[in-house]
Design a protein around this ligand. Structure first.
Ligand code: AGP
Length: 609
């Protein structure tokens, strides 16, 4: 999730764009750049690292112009570096582009453009856009952008300028946000309103498929069918802080609501319906290496560990490879039996967790092939693993991990089915069912997100409870652990996750009317077993909240509150069932007046032992 800014008007575009990028830095900041048109020349400055490095760069190598574009990068393709920083240009530095999103077919487009003689200078997917516009440019930037976009598959919010025409910026968006700030004699463009509120509160939100030509005194918008449309401007009444959270009260709430988009962004470009294939460009394991894997060893901490626990069920079911899951802080001090036939997988949102990094180094020292599943491109764990499968979730600001968790699950689903298909232990039909099921998940998540108000009402009834037990079975047992962790870490209520079948071996002694129980009772092969566990708890006075499917109507008489989630294959159910638990923890925390985004004693990335 990058941040883009554009400006055309009477001010110095560099100042306006830089201030806008500062407001968007929360969207990602591994590199940044600005380009302006100055006397029919493109002047471009790019720097790696924090935005202030770009400021220093521009101070020593000043540039000036009244039209320009800028970008703060959250890398998805190509490591953080100066040459991968946006803006990107065509072969002759005539056209310059900034982009937020993922071009799914950039590899094939790049090859085709290179065959036509285009020279590339970066590893990014974005640079393909600049060369495509160059290919179609016949003295009309708007026409060239429209033609270029017809070749592209994926998501994009782009700004493009051409040194031969400093009267306009051409922008477009699909599955990535872009807004236009309207003012007299000048126009602002940004990924979200936080970058332009200091200049104007009149904003036009472009819609999916829109292309727009933006001049100092005019805006012309074309819809997905190339019809000229009139998008009314809206008055934005947020202050700057509210704008960074897109109007949500906390980053955690914003990130919970982003999960339909972030799961889609994580599988985007990695599943092919027509080829019935999983495409993981970054995993370079050969078929021989995959066939020789004797065991899979997953290592992680906290929420990432819970994602690993879920994947164990899937690796063993679909790849037939014995799989174990270890907590990194324990693993690194054991004597793990690892050799070059063991595949070790390290799951880490930040890619900087000290225990997980140490475990990775231990595994590499024992010649194990290592795969990292990370959300931060260029992080230590992603750099030191043999291969990395990135979750494309954008920066996760809330300390309590939400969208990164569902992003990790999505990446793990892809990895499981990728290995299983290479081992040829699943049928084409199973693979096709997986691909169509995964494609539908963003819609199912969107439906689940609509339950937030109902969950908030239930949370009100439990805001003063002192303890909670979370129960589930089989593939959802780790979701019980995750739900309990969410409640613990942001509301400071003691909560435990248990396998529902384990209750009779001790924990049921805890059950009485002071111990509420959250239980996952969605459709599965163990649903009847869970139902009897619910009855056992209910008979001892517990208040029961059940996460269930509408078809489970017998759950109503056995529980006090029901949260009915959309029905999906049990395989995908963790992706759905975790969302009500995220909301529940969030609302209880807010009602208790806790610091939701920065809970006490916690850090977003535990880079110390
Ligand atoms: C999750 O809500 C916590 N913030 C914490 O358990 C986190 O998952 C853990 O510290 C691991 O972090 P990582 O994914 O960045 O390695």
């Amino acid at each position: 999730m990058c941040g883009i800014v554009g400006y055309i008007g009477k001010k110095n575009a560099v100042d306006v764009i830089y201030c806008g990028l500062e407001k968007l830095e929360y969207r990602g900041y591994d590199s940044a750049g600005i380009a302006v048109i100055d006397n029919k020349k493109i002047q471009r400055r790019r720097s790696i690292g924090k935005l202030k490095n770009l400021q220093e760069n521009i101070k020593t190598n000043s540039i000036y112009g009244n039209i320009g574009i800028g970008h703060t990068r959250w890398a998805t393709h190509g490591k953080p570096s100066q040459e991968n920083a946006h803006p990107h240009t065509d072969c002759n530095e005539k056209i310059v582009v900034v982009h937020n999103g993922i071009i799914e077919n950039y590899i094939e487009l790049k090859k085709s453009l290179q065959n036509e003689g285009h020279k590339f200078s970066s590893q990014t997917d974005t640079e393909v856009i600049a060369h495509l516009i160059e290919k179609y440019y016949k003295n009309d930037l708007l026409v060239a952008v429209k033609l270029a976009l017809k070749d592209i598959r994926g998501s994009y919010a782009i700004c493009a300028i051409c040194k031969e025409d400093k009267s306009r910026i051409v922008v477009a968006r699909k599955d990535a946000p872009l807004v236009i700030g309207v003012a007299l004699g000048e126009k602002y463009i940004a990924s979200d309103v936080s970058a332009l509120l200091q200049y104007t509160k009149d904003v036009i939100f472009l819609e999916n498929g829109d292309v727009a030509e933006i001049k100092e005194d005019s805006i012309k918008i074309f819809d997905i069918d190339d019809n000229v449309v009139d998008r009314k401007s809206q008055k934005i009444l947020w202050n700057a802080i509210q704008a960074e959270k897109c109007g949500y009260k906390h980053f955690m709430l914003k990130e919970i609501f982003e999960q339909a988009q972030t799961t889609q962004d994580t599988f985007r470009g990695r599943i092919s319906d027509e080829l019935n294939k999983i495409i993981l460009e970054s995993i370079k394991l050969t078929k021989k290496e995959i066939l020789s894997i004797s065991r899979i060893c997953i290592v992680a901490c906290g929420t990432s560990y819970h994602a690993g626990l879920i994947s164990k069920f899937l690796f063993e079911k679909f790849t037939e490879i014995p799989t174990e899951v270890n907590i990194a802080s324990e693993f690194r001090y054991c004597s793990p039996v690892i050799d070059d036939k063991v595949l070790t997988i390290f799951i880490s949102q930040s890619g900087e967790t000290a225990d997980t990094l140490a475990a990775l180094r231990l595994a590499r020292g024992k010649k194990s092939k290592t795969i990292a599943i990370c959300n931060v491109v260029g992080s230590s764990i992603s750099r030191e693993a043999n291969y990395t499968l990135y979750t494309h979730c954008g920066p996760e600001i809330g300390v309590a991990s939400t969208k990164a968790f569902t992003g990790q699950l999505t990446a793990l689903y892809l990895l499981v089915m990728y290995i299983a298909s290479i081992k040829e232990v699943i049928s084409n039909e199973q693979l096709a069912n997986f691909i169509s099921g995964l494609r539908d998940i963003p819609n199912k998540i969107s439906e689940t997100l609509k339950l937030s108000s109902q969950i908030e009402e239930i949370a009100k009834l439990f805001q003063n409870t002192k303890q909670f037990i979370y129960l589930a079975r089989n593939i959802n047992y780790p979701i019980a652990l995750e739900g309990a962790l969410k409640l613990k870490e942001i509301s400071y209520i003691y909560a435990e996750g248990y396998p529902a079948g384990e209750m009779k071996h001790g924990p049921i002694a805890l059950i009485d009317e002071t111990m509420p129980v959250m239980v996952i009772a969605t459709n599965s092969k163990v649903y009847e077993k869970v139902l009897s566990n619910i009855e056992e708890a209910k008979a001892r006075g517990a208040k029961i909240i059940a996460i269930a499917n509408k078809s489970n109507n017998d759950i109503v008489k056995n529980s006090d509150y029901q949260i009915f989630v959309p029905e999906v294959d049990d395989f995908f159910s963790p992706l759905i069932n975790v969302i009500p638990l995220q909301f529940f923890a969030y609302f209880v925390s807010v009602m208790k007046g806790c610091d939701v985004d920065q809970p006490r004693n916690l850090a977003k990335s535990v880079t110390v032992e």
